[in-house]
Design a protein around this ligand. Structure first.
Ligand code: TRP
Length: 451
């Protein structure tokens, strides 16, 4: 890193495109490919997609804008920025909550990413057996799962060590185009399947009665936060490396809609496959395993086509996971750099190593993994999002509004942002948190081994 003579240089994005792609890379991940189709099939298909989109628009985009604003305003890790901006130590726990989520989510996320590596290797060697349920059981827990989790963490650490411009930005400039091409290719292939139309119908024709199911709002909101990388300062951290004064609400809209576009397209890949190969039962049986059991089953017996398609699919999953994992680790690493003055290498190796160790129980026990996902990936993100909305909407609103105004000139649009952030988002989030309390309590019991 070339230090400028005047200031001690903090890393930054080289281009606007680099920042946007990195944010899209963070958002687009296993959440889109693996979790979205599963949540949609639980929640009754197209009706959930509509509800999901409403939450993205009313809560997701305003909150993402708020995270971007705090990041660029402070030019610092949220761990340092939050108590400073909030002008009180009482805000410090929010910064720590973000760090906790970074540790918690990455620890199991990397385990799932390890499965995608294993599947990609075996797909290339044409070695996925026809009993895909047994194969999943063997691949998802045990020594192999631990080793692949290790390998995946090593790659994540490797990229983060290189820094924002040389590591993150350069790698997403390669990864994201690959991801988009693979995804579009797969969606086109899915469209050629005989008998896939039933899948499209389920996915695209809303049955709104499904929305009366209890807990559905919490599920859609949790999914939105996870998929958009909201509620733990990941995008805040990315924006802290922004110098230029672009319109942050426009960037947030681009990122959120790209993320939705990818999730939606992933549905266009998965649902016709499920219908064409009659895999509905397998998908609803297993939660975390749905995609990993059902899809290879479908690709089996397709001969050469199947070999190419399953390799493409799992490489896609892996790329998506890697560009998300680096953002999770970056939250923790930037915090160590800004708060304690650690070097980037030291921060990435030490915290990445600790996260690797923390992930081992998830690689040995699916129930543990599932409970970690429920607690950190659902509940804690919503808590973090609620307090972020309160901080930005109520405690520092004039400053935040002025920062946003640097790129967003229209007072009317800023007023809309203010209303959504200050009133609509907190009300929805409080309602959601109440309905998420019960499953969260169950998850905590599982993690403590008393469930
Ligand atoms: N959004 C990613 C996904 O959909 C996961 C992720 C990356 C994430 N960074 C995050 C989730 C920060 C919450 C917070 O797979």
């Amino acid at each position: 890193m070339a230090a400028s003579p005047v200031t001690t240089e903090r890393d930054s994005w080289a281009t606007r495109m680099g920042f946007i792609l990195a944010a899209v890379g963070s958002a687009v991940g296993l959440g889109n490919m693996w979790r979205f189709p599963y949540v949609v099939s639980e929640g009754g298909g197209a009706a959930l997609v509509v509800l999901y989109l409403a939450i993205v628009a009313l809560v997701g985009i305003p909150l993402m804008t708020a995270e971007f604003v705090v990041g660029r305003l402070s030019q610092q890790s949220p761990l340092v920025a939050i108590p400073r901006l909030g002008r009180s130590r009482a805000w410090a726990p929010l910064g720590w909550l973000f760090i906790l989520c970074g540790f918690g989510i990455l620890s199991y996320y990397s385990v799932i990413a390890g499965w995608t590596l294993r599947y990609a290797f075996d797909a290339i060697r044409n070695a996925i057996p026809s009993d895909t349920a047994a194969y999943f059981t063997a691949a998802s827990t045990g020594v192999d799962a631990v080793l692949l989790h290790l390998l995946f963490m090593a790659m994540t650490i490797w990229i983060v060590v290189q820094g924002v411009r040389k590591g993150l930005e350069r790698s997403v400039l390669v990864m994201m185009p690959v991801l988009f091409l693979l995804l579009i290719g797969l969606a086109i292939w899915s469209g050629t399947l005989q008998g896939g139309s039933e899948g499209y119908a389920y996915y695209l024709q809303p049955d709104f009665s499904a929305l009366s199911r209890p807990g559905i709002l919490a599920e859609a909101a949790g999914q939105a936060f996870f998929s958009l990388s909201l509620g733990m300062g990941a995008l805040m951290t990315y924006a802290s490396y922004l110098r230029s004064k672009e319109n942050l609400s426009r960037e947030a809209t681009v990122v959120a809609l790209s993320d939705f576009g990818v999730a939606f397209t992933a549905g266009l890949v998965v649902f016709p496959v499920i219908a064409a190969f009659a895999l509905r039962d397998q998908v609803s049986d297993s939660t975390v395993g749905a995609l990993f059991i059902a899809l290879p089953k479908a690709f089996e017996g397709l001969g050469r086509t199947g070999d190419i398609v399953d390799t493409a699919f799992f490489v896609l999953l892996f790329v998506a996971a890697l560009s998300s994992a680096i953002s999770l680790l970056e939250v923790v690493v930037t915090a160590c750099i800004d708060r304690w003055g650690w070097s980037r290498g030291r921060a990435a190796l030490l915290t990445g190593g600790l996260i690797t160790v923390l992930g081992v129980p998830s690689a040995l026990d699916l129930n543990f993994l599932d409970a970690m996902d429920k607690l950190t990936g659902n509940f804690l993100l919503l808590v973090g999002g609620l307090f972020t909305a309160i901080l930005v909407g109520w405690r520092i609103f004039p400053e935040a509004d002025a920062e946003l105004a640097q790129g967003l000139r229209s007072p009317a649009l800023r007023r809309v942002w203010g209303i959504l952030l200050r009133f609509v988002a907190p009300v929805i989030l409080v309602a959601v948190l109440f309905s998420a309390a019960e499953p969260t309590w169950r998850a905590i019991r599982t993690l403590l081994g008393i469930g």
